[in-house]
Ligand binder design. Structure first.
Ligand SMILES: [Zn+2]
Length: 63
């Protein structure tokens, strides 16, 4: 199980996918939704919407 590199929380696959999509596809360390939101200075809600959109587009990082 991967953990958030910032806060140590256990990550769900969507968070890993989002990190890869937004930061770096080949990343080996990931941030959770909360830390990603802080990093981008946006709301977690916005990130959730992005995940939905990526999934609608058929992105293979989100299953
Ligand atoms: Zn975190």
């Amino acid at each position: 199980m991967s953990r958030c590199v910032k806060c140590g929380r256990e990550l769900v696959p969507d968070e890993i996918g989002l990190h890869k999509k937004l930061i770096h596809r080949g990343a080996s360390e990931y941030m959770c939704m909360t830390c990603l939101a802080r990093f981008f200075d946006c709301s977690e809600e916005l990130l959730q919407k992005k995940i939905l959109r990526f999934r609608e587009m058929g992105c293979t990082l989100f299953t």
